[in-house]
Design a protein around this ligand. Sequence first.
Ligand SMILES: *Cc1c(COP(=O)(O)O)cnc(C)c1O
Length: 465
Amino acid sequence: MDLSDALGDLRQELHLPEVSELDLVRHFTNLSQINYGIDTGFYPLGSCTMKYNPKINEVTARYAGFAALHPMQPVETIPGALELLNGVQEILCEVTGFDAITLQPLAGAHGEMTCLMLIKAYHERLGQSQRNIVLVPDSAHGTNPASAARCGYDVKPVPTDADGNTDLAALTKSLEEHGDRVAALMLTNPSTLGLFEPNISLICKMIHDAGGQVFCDGANMNAMVGTTRPGDHGFDCMHLNLHKTFSTPHGGGGPGCGAIGLQAHLAPYQPVPVIQRDAESGQVVAEYERPLSIGRVSAYYGQFLMEVRAYTYLMAYGRENMADISRYAVLNANYVRARLKDVLPPAHDRPCMHECILTAEKYKKNHGVRALDISKRLIDYGFHPPTNYFPLIVPECLMIEPTETESKETLDAFCDAMIEICHEAMTTPDVLHAAPSTAVVGRLDETAAVKNLDVRWQAPQPVLA
Ligand SMILES: *Cc1c(COP(=O)(O)O)cnc(C)c1O
């Protein structure tokens, strides 16, 4: 059977839909219009950093010199691409305070896992392979314990104290108990409570004294860019989400980039290829001969066009303006927090960083209205809901991250809507229970949607004569 016969059979079996070009254009244009995105409205989804993705990023990512590269073409033919990758790495080293950056991991969770793999390789080389415990605060993003478990570690929780900080007494106790079995602590700073950990250097020292390593979940670097550097706080490694802080799109689950930063002692273990400038030739090279490397964690060079977008963003800001990112991100979150504090009290009564964490507990108690009902009602007001029920330790949690790219007018319109909805919660709670009433779809059974995921188009079975 030749190829065209094989393809002919394939096509028949597939029952592909036969539609005209116009019908296809309408189908996708209509779909695009019922989708909600950062280009259509405010998107305060906490921990996700839904900032504006500047259009200039898309212009450079489409330059033929970048977009038309083939990942398998000889490395000698891509010096410009290597320069760009090295450029992103150098700027991120400066922004984070780490000695080395690799852009290989394809998502935040992938960056976490890669860091833990490096930590494991490091301990093994030191003859410390009995270290099989990873400590994870109870406020952590779910990917943290998942990454640790995926790397074969036992996960032990670290509680948060009443002020929203790491509970030092509990940490001390945990280290006394497990000391020489602790491989690492995974700490998110600012935490998912939107708070900067005031004891960060002390915590790093406690873990180091016990022989462990400290990983920083830096998915939310947005509160620190240009202002302070995790590499100076005592961390050994961190991951960054370029698809959050550095304005590359969150493309429906991908592609992303979970770049990782490493102190010098972990750098020898980093995945290949290692992109760096060769001291002798002055050229940027892709090195594969790294005896201690954990090997590859992704195909080729990572998500190259994401790096082009991030590079464009970093260059457009420039070193002197970088701190504006964190200043406005923190200012905007505190503005929202201050405007809403009478209707939705903050979980902790102190200034927040890039996001504010509020509780709707009183509406649940007094009116049977939950955080989810408030969020669904926001859709009727034309806003994307904030994150709900995360971090898990805050009851009826609403996590609002406005980012630096929103105007005061937008923040005010959002706060006005939230205040109005809280009023409705007390006077007409059923309106909230029934929300959203203006959206294309109402309340979805999210559990069923996850458990019975069905994303395939299937043709109606043809009637055979
Ligand atoms: C988004 C996020 C992650 C995971 O990043 P992904 O790219 O979604 O895998 C991890 N930690 C925190 C705090 C996050 O906000």
